[in-house]
Write a protein that binds this ligand. Structure first.
Ligand code: ADP
Length: 483
């Protein structure tokens, strides 16, 4: 990998301001999902080593929590600037380990930096409250304080921005962090740590460790010095972490799976709906938790939408994300590919028609063809399970009540999308959808200024916006008498 700044590629963990190999000789190999080549190895930290990292983070917390918001803001802003300055190298590292096209990787890095910039500014606006006391001679004061050491466990689909979105908010309010990135994409995380060091975070404030998810996850959840777990990943693992954290009653943010509906009403602008569906379905090869998973199209516009959408999908250029003009990269690994193959076969076996794609890509490896399925049965697996791949099942509906019921018929509740120009319908549907995010006439709802998060089994807590700070703060009520 040709990098301008070679110091960004680190094969060590970042602990208490130092780069560490760990004791374990059995290191984790990381591969390029487009070529299957091994690109490097990272340490395999043990539970005991994780425990010492938590000690460092706890020591650092004792002084970091007493820094001023302005001091923290200056370091955060510098970190954000350094990420922007190194965007080309960071994007290259990301594409090589994650597979997403270079332009998309750059977009993620800049978004990752903008979360930090946002929280550098928001750090200064953590206000308390004074509540009028009904009792004479007494006063009620509310202050907000950092919760403590945060354990952050992050996924491979957004190897940069899921770390910055969590950590910027945590660090802004005075928490310290121990991050465990996904083993598929540790190099993007470690590169960001190198820049955190340059930005001037004191030792122990920001730490990144790699290793067995189970072993590190167990220590992070059971250790009483960790006061908060912030997780982005599958609902299945989120439930395990909640159970494990119960014994120490930790504060939790859970950003879990989704099964986003995308509804095209009869009065929608069809071209805009097609554009939005292409963005929200095929970004990151369908591997985002807010990716459209089920398209519901009104019967009167079904044929025209399907034709235009299918034509759009035919134009998606698949390949190695480092190559010019590529819009869709490989899936992250073989098991992800197998799930996509299984979902398509199952749908086709019970009547779905393939409008385009429907098979592994001639490139081989982890590549799958961008696919549109029509006539999909509501009994197909794809109707109920998150596919996490480039497959769009399209269903027909005839009235609002029916489609809202179908859209809500899932344990998930992260993002939902719909297209309409009817103001009355827009309000009714937005209020009826059981989702944390309702995106109307817009295929890309994620930016730092908004509270991102789900309901039902998609999780709890919010990331981004001023609400995102609450997840790392405790509310303290100070009762004052004798006045
Ligand atoms: P995905 O299926 O998208 O890979 P996962 O929920 O399995 O999602 O992974 C998200 C993150 O959770 C990754 O960092 C992964 O290493 C971590 N993880 C997986 N299993 C566990 C576990 N038992 N305890 C803690 N972390 C885990």
């Amino acid at each position: 990998m040709e990098l301008n700044n070679k110091s960004l590629f680190k094969e060590k963990c970042f602990v208490n301001g130092q780069w560490e190999d760990g004791q374990n000789n059995n290191r984790i190999e990381v591969n390029n999902p487009a070529t299957m080549e091994i690109i490097g190895k990272v340490p395999n930290f043990t539970a005991d080593e994780t425990k010492s990292v938590i000690e460092y983070a706890d020591n650092a917390f004792q002084s970091w929590k007493n820094t001023t918001a302005k001091e923290r803001s200056i370091i955060l802003k510098k970190w954000s600037d350094l990420i922007v300055d190194n965007v080309d190298d960071l994007a290259k590292i990301m594409t090589v380990e994650q597979g997403k096209p270079l332009a998309e990787a750059k977009g993620e890095i800049l978004m990752g930096a903008s979360y930090i910039e946002f929280y550098a500014e928001e750090a200064k606006r953590v206000y308390g409250d004074i509540i009028p006391d009904p009792r004479p001679g007494k006063r009620i004061v509310i202050i907000k304080q950092p919760v403590g050491v945060v354990g952050a466990i992050t996924p491979w689909n957004f190897p940069n921005s899921m770390i910055t979105r969590k950590c910027a908010a945590a660090l802004a309010v005075g928490c310290t962090t121990v991050v465990k990135p996904a083993s598929q994409t540790p190099f993007s995380a470690l590169a960001v740590a190198e820049l955190a060091k340059l930005a001037g975070f004191p030792d122990g404030v920001f730490n990144i460790i790699t290793g067995s998810a189970k072993e590190i996850g167990m220590e992070l959840t059971k250790n009483p010095k960790i006061k908060k777990i912030s997780f982005t990943g599958s609902t299945e693992v989120g439930k395990i972490l909640m159970e494990q954290s119960a014994s120490t009653v930790k504060k939790m943010s859970m950003e879990l799976g989704g099964h986003a509906p995308f509804i095209v009403f009869e009065d929608a602008d069809i071209d805009e709906a097609v554009e939005g569906a292409l963005q929200s379905k095929f970004r990151n090869s369908g591997q985002t938790c807010i990716c459209t998973n089920r398209l519901f199209v009104h019967e009167n516009v079904y044929d025209v939408f399907l034709e235009k959408f299918t034509n759009g999908v035919k134009k998606i250029k698949v390949g190695n994300g480092l190559d010019e003009g590529i819009v869709s990269g490989p899936l992250i690994d073989k098991s992800s590919l197998e799930k996509v193959i299984d979902h398509v076969q199952d749908a086709v076996n019970i009547g779905a028609k393939i409008a385009v794609g429907g098979d592994v890509h001639p490139l081989g490896g982890n590549f799958y063809q961008p696919t549109v399925l029509s006539n999909v049965s509501t009994k197909a697996k794809i109707t109920f399970e998150e596919t996490f791949g480039p497959v769009a099942p399209v269903y027909k509906f005839s009235n609002d009540e029916e489609v809202i019921k179908m859209a809500n018929d899932t344990p998930y509740g992260l993002a939902s999308y719909f297209y309409s120009r009817d103001i009355g319908k827009i309000w009714r549907v937005a209020e009826a959808l059981e989702y944390g995010i309702v995106s109307i006439n817009n295929g890309l709802p994620t930016i730092p200024e908004v509270p991102f998060g789900g309901v039902k089994e998609s999780g709890m807590g919010r990331e981004g916006s001023r609400y995102g700070l609450d997840d790392y703060l405790i509310i303290k009520y100070i009762s004052m008498g004798g006045i």
